[in-house]
Design a protein around this ligand. Structure first.
Ligand SMILES: CC(C)(COP(=O)(O)OP(=O)(O)OC[C@H]1O[C@@H](n2cnc3c(N)ncnc32)[C@H](O)[C@@H]1OP(=O)(O)O)[C@@H](O)C(=O)NCCC(=O)NCCS
Length: 425
């Protein structure tokens, strides 16, 4: 049995943050009913399209295993159907701009009144306070959550990262909150409000940088940052650390054989103290094992440029995969910089279902990221995303128990858009 089988999710999410959350719940077996504006749907269906008139990869890769109902939540008939959905479902998830759901008539108070067992979960850009009413997208969250100011090279502009820590990261946080509230409902019998702000989610993922801010204020320069060894003074806020390792084990990105032509021919190399002697052997510097200028982590800190220079002289003679093959048996932590092209073709990621091939009726086959969390007794199967309104009739009939006559009336009202022909698989 799937872990969340029997749980019905009223999915009012769009773009990336909310859909990430409901996709995770769907992968674990929840019945996710995605409500979309008739004829329009989630805006991402049409964004960054690679094939004309076909749901974009942006949409398909964030909405697996869901059902789609077209429903105008601002129409009177639409509101009645929504009320029935609220009474029937276990969780409502939304990431509208602040106030949008209230304007539609579905405030937390109203939802709780309609269904006291319902959990209502929301993502907003900011929590209550100065910026509570602001719309927020990924990069704004990365900037406001402390990621951008601590990412990038020293002395250069702040950088946003490719990992969608604001959107997908907050979706993950919200999914955790929902499952926690579902667990609590087992004993309390009551639903509750779950909220996750994108700024908070990013800050949670930048926890170590808040740690460093306090170390900077109480203990002075951050010795494991490269700028310490380079005698560059620290200011009063955590600086950008380039590619320095976040923990106390210095690491850097180093060139590998072929770097001149391949932008991803690099390795991440960590000079873990416990295996320093192995590192000295591998790079041909056996004398550094006992030399007091190099033998201890503290002695090496002011010499990191020299140390990593010597390591890079060696890594440049090997491909990033040869570096892995040589260092791993010696317990030296290294990692290749993998391109998306390499990841998409990685056999072990395919074997575990982390990279999956999905077939879609109008787009054909494409690759997606499967469920990164594996449950031994509840495996996830990745199913294609729904077409817009593909399950409208099915949901009205099977979930909400409307009769055929009532469905015809609902259709005539315009609240659920045009009937759809079931897609051929
Ligand atoms: C992402 C975001 C910036 C997009 O803004 P947007 O495109 O203007 O979309 P909104 O959320 O404001 O919703 C637009 C309108 O569509 C309406 N709408 C959406 N689905 C509807 C439906 N099924 N029926 C009727 N109306 C619908 C909303 O009610 C809203 O109307 P209103 O503004 O008149 O009240 C905004 O939703 C937001 O800040 N969300 C919270 C943070 C977040 O999740 N950001 C990351 C997204 S990846």
């Amino acid at each position: 049995m799937k872990a969340l089988e029997g749980i019905k999710i009223l999915d009012f999410t769009h773009v990336q943050s909310g859909p990430t959350c409901t996709q995770l719940l769907a992968w674990f077996g929840a019945d996710v009913i995605k409500v979309e504006r008739p004829g329009v749907g989630d805006a991402t269906r049409g964004q960054l399209r690679d094939i004309p008139d076909v749901d974009s990869l942006y949409f398909t890769m964030l909405n697996h295993n869901k059902r789609s109902i077209e429903l105008n939540g601002k129409d009177e008939t639409g509101k009645e159907i929504l009320e029935r959905l609220v009474k029937t479902c276990d969780v409502l998830v939304e990431n509208f701009a602040p106030g949008a759901l209230d304007r539609m008539g579905f405030s937390w108070e109203r939802v709780h009144e309609l269904n006291p067992r319902m959990i209502m979960a929301s993502i907003k850009g900011f929590g209550p306070g100065t910026y509570a009413d602001c719309k927020v997208y990924e990069n704004i969250a990365q900037c406001a959550g402390g990621a951008a100011s601590t990412t990038g090279m020293l002395g250069e502009v702040p950088l946003v990262t490719g990992a969608q820590i604001g959107d997908s990261g907050t979706g993950l946080h919200l999914a955790f909150g929902i499952v926690t509230a579902l667990f609590h409902r087992e004993t309390s019998g009551q639903g509750q409000r779950v909220t996750a702000a994108m700024q908070d989610g990013v800050l949670n993922l930048c926890r170590v940088k808040l740690r460093d801010q306090q170390r900077l204020e109480t203990a002075g320069p951050l010795t494991e940052y490269s700028q310490f060894g380079e005698d560059i003074p620290f200011g009063d806020a955590v600086p950008r650390a380039g590619n320095d390792s976040g923990g106390g084990q210095p690491g850097r990105i180093l060139k590998c054989k072929g770097w001149e032509d391949d932008p991803d021919s690099y390795t991440y190399f960590i000079t873990q103290a416990a295996v320093w002697k192995n590192i000295c052997d591998v790079i041909g510097k056996p004398k550094w094992k006992d030399d007091e200028d190099y033998a201890t982590p503290n002695a090496r800190l002011p010499r990191l440029n020299e140390v990593f220079g010597a390591i890079e002289d060696w890594t440049m003679t090997k491909t990033k995969f040869e570096v892995m093959d040589i260092c791993n048996p010696m317990n030296i932590p290294v990692g290749p910089i993998l391109s998306m092209k390499e990841i998409m073709r990685d056999q072990s990621l395919r074997d575990t279902g982390t990279v999956v091939e999905v077939d879609h009726p109008t787009r054909g086959k494409y690759y997606s990221v499967g469920n990164p969390v594996k449950l031994s007794d509840s495996p996830s199967e990745v199913l294609r995303s729904p077409l817009l309104g593909e399950h409208t009739d099915e949901i009205l009939k099977d979930v909400l128990n409307y009769s055929d006559d009532e469905i015809a009336e609902i259709r005539a009202s315009g609240a659920v858009g045009e009937p759809k022909i079931q897609a051929a698989e």
